[in-house]
Each structure stands twice: as C-alpha cells, then as structure tokens.
Write a protein that binds this ligand. Structure first.
Ligand code: PMP
Length: 379
C-alpha cells in the first residue's frame, strides 16, 4: 500500500506523464523507424544475432558477478581492445550503460575543491554526474551551449579562487542528442590543454557514424586520440547494449578502482558483448552504412530547409507540447514511427519531433516522410 501522502505526491507529478515508446505507436510493427538511434541499421542484423548466440553458448547468458569478482571474460577484454584501437586510445573500459558511465565516472575523478564544467545542453547522465560531484563538494559550472568563451571565462574565474592543487574537468556531448549539432572539439582540446583541464566527450551519437573509419566526432574533426576521456555507447549505432570509456591505461586503472557504476554492478552479459564486437567490425568494414545514414539525414534536412549538420539527428522544432503530440500522431497514422519529444527531455517551450535516419531506410521513405510532414504542417 502506498501511503496517502505519497499517493498525492505521485498524482501531482503526473501532469506531463509520458507513455512508454511502444504504447504510443499506432502500428508499431509496420511503423517505419525514423526515431531510434539504430543509425547503422545493425539492431536486427543476423550477424549480430549469431554473435550474441555464440557468446551465450561460450560464456553464458549472464556474467553472474561484477568484473572485479568473476564477471570478466575474454570477450569483454576483446571488445575493449577493439574499441581502444578504433578510438585511438591506449585502453578502454566497458560500462553497463552510458547513463551509468557518465553518472559515476565524473564523481570518480572530481573531488571536493575541484571543478567540473558542463555544456548547458549536455545529456541527463552527464548532468547527474555533475550534480553528484557538486554534492561531493566540487564547483559546478554550466557554460552556455557550445560557447568556448563562456567556458574559458568560468574556468579562469574558478582558478583564481581555487586552491593550488585543485583540478578541473570539462564534459560535453560530442553530438548533442536532441539537436544533432556538434561540439567544436579542436577548440575544446586546445582550451583544455592550455588550462590543464581534463576533457570528457560523450560520443553516444557519433560512434560508428562519424569519422573516416566511423570512430566518431574526434576522428572527423582531426583530434583522434587527443581527447583523454571518450565515452561511447553500444546501444545506438552498434545495435547492442552497454557503454565504454576509451582512455589511457592509468585512467582505466583509476576507474576500475573508483567508478562506483563499474565496481558495484554485474558485468555486461556476454550476448551484448559478442553482438557489440561483431558490430564494431561491421561498422569498420561496411562504411556504406555510415554514408547512407548521413546522406539520408542531409536529404531530410534539406527537404525541411535546414542547414547541414554532421549527424543523423534531425529535429523539427514545434514549441508547444500539444503541437508536437499532434504532429507525431498524424505521422504515426501514415506509418512513420515518430515520437514527440517534450520537456523535461528538452527545454520548456521547445517540444519537437526528433527524427533520425539510419542505414535501414531508403531515400523514397525519407521523401514520403517529407511529404507527410509538409502536409501535416500545413494543417
Ligand atoms: N549520452 C547520450 C548523449 C545519450 O543520448 C544517451 C542515451 N540516450 C546516453 C548517454 C545514455 O546511454 P545508455 O542508453 O547506454 O544509458
């Protein structure tokens, strides 16, 4: 029984209740996926399914323990090796989710008296990592979205007042999840190197999709291997589940021993690890997937009269919640699996459709989506 006072609080907070994804789709089986993060179209690839099954047969369906107990397998290490090589770093450490990685890695690094600086539009998991850090006595500076000058001003002001041994970390999404715009990584690398700050980038929406070998935005922007902490996820372009941090050996050792989301959580199941390993190889061997997803995003963007962006995320800004919900329903009725994105996922008054493209789509489907969108917007 929930006590009445709690019942009342839950009811008060239900004003903007969102339904689970599947619930909102009118024809979930038939809907054309233009809203997931399956950028390379690998989620249903038979080779990933086979790799997952083989991993289950060889290592079991679950690991039964955290990596520091007996949850570590040769497959986990093989995936870490493949990811480090891809991202151009010495080492890599798997985490169970991107959320867990971001939320627990920042507090594992930034202590009392230190500082963390975070882009105003960073993903919720980075935000929570920063909040935990602040609760631990660190300074938290939120700088204006993609504004290096504001970041530098804040870093300089903090340094003037900080104690001599205090350290700073800067955290940013590489590709921002709701707008699809990108951070200026060369500028951030330069700024952080100049200020002795540690840079953490979240390549959840860039891994597999951007760069000459799909390694991510750092590769695309020419700072491959120069970012000390590169986080990425396995559940988006790589069609599996889980996350990782690519970094140096010393950093990996530190995280193994201090990141609570790593230490106190059962290791990733072998099928997820096996599928991710297959996906990393396919992503590099089949660059057409990356090229197709990005070309379709360009097609969609130009059809909407938007400027080019280096990602497969195409937002359609609408403003009021009701308008986003109405449009999503209209498009769903025409067979497109589109969802309204509303606050608190995006700032108040900026509800939108968040469209995405992937290698599973065809140009004709994107054109049909554009036609349906134009018609719905005319209404
Ligand atoms: N960072 C970003 C930028 C994301 O978009 C997401 C997923 N929405 C995450 C982190 C969290 O990753 P995961 O889904 O693996 O928890």
């Amino acid at each position: 029984m929930i006590p009445p006072a709690w019942q009342q609080r839950l009811q008060q907070q239900a004003g903007r209740r969102r339904a689970l994804g599947r619930d909102r789709a009118i024809r979930p089986a038939a809907g054309i996926d233009v809203c997931s993060n399956d950028y390379l179209g690998l989620r249903r690839d038979a080779r990933l399914a086979e790799a997952a099954a083989a991993a289950a047969r060889a290592f079991g369906t679950g690991t039964g323990a955290a990596r520091l107990l007996r949850g570590s397998t040769a497959l986990h290490e093989e995936l870490e090796g493949a990811l480090a090589q891809w991202k151009g770093t010495e080492a890599c450490l798997l985490f169970n989710t991107g959320f867990q990685a971001n939320a627990t890695l920042i507090p594992a690094l930034v202590g009392s008296g230190d500082a963390v600086f975070s882009d105003a539009l960073n993903h919720a998991s980075l935000v929570d990592g920063c909040r935990l850090t602040r609760a631990g006595g660190a300074h938290l500076g939120i700088y204006r979205h993609r504004d290096q000058e504001d970041l530098e001003r804040q870093l300089t002001a903090w340094r003037t007042a900080a104690s001599p041994g205090a350290l700073a970390l800067v955290a940013t999404d590489a590709v921002f999840s709701m707008d699809g715009d990108a951070a200026d990584l060369p500028a951030l690398v330069e700024l952080c190197e100049r200020h002795g700050a540690l840079l953490l980038i979240d390549e959840a929406h860039a891994t597999g999709l951007l760069g000459s070998s799909g390694a991510g935005l750092a590769q695309q922007q020419g700072v491959h291997g120069r970012v000390p902490l590169v986080m990425g996820t396995l559940g988006k372009a790589l069609g599996s589940f889980g996350a990782f941090i690519c970094c140096g050996d010393l950093m990996r050792d530190h995280l193994v021993n201090t990141a609570r989301g790593f230490i106190f959580s059962t290791a990733l199941p072998p099928p997820s690890v096996g599928a991710a390993l297959a996906a990393v190889r396919i992503a590099q061997a089949e660059p057409w997937r990356q090229e197709k997803a990005l070309a379709l995003a360009d097609r969609l963007r130009s059809g909407l009269g938007q400027l080019p962006h280096p990602s497969a995320i195409v937002p359609v800004p609408l403003g009021p919640d009701a308008e986003a919900v109405r449009l999503a329903a209209l498009l769903q009725a025409r067979g497109f699996d589109v969802r309204a994105v509303r606050p608190p996922t995006v700032p108040e008054g900026s509800a939108r459709l968040r469209l995405t493209t992937g290698a599973h789509l065809e140009a004709a489907q994107v054109d049909a989506l554009l036609a349906a969108l134009r018609e719905a917007l005319k209404d």
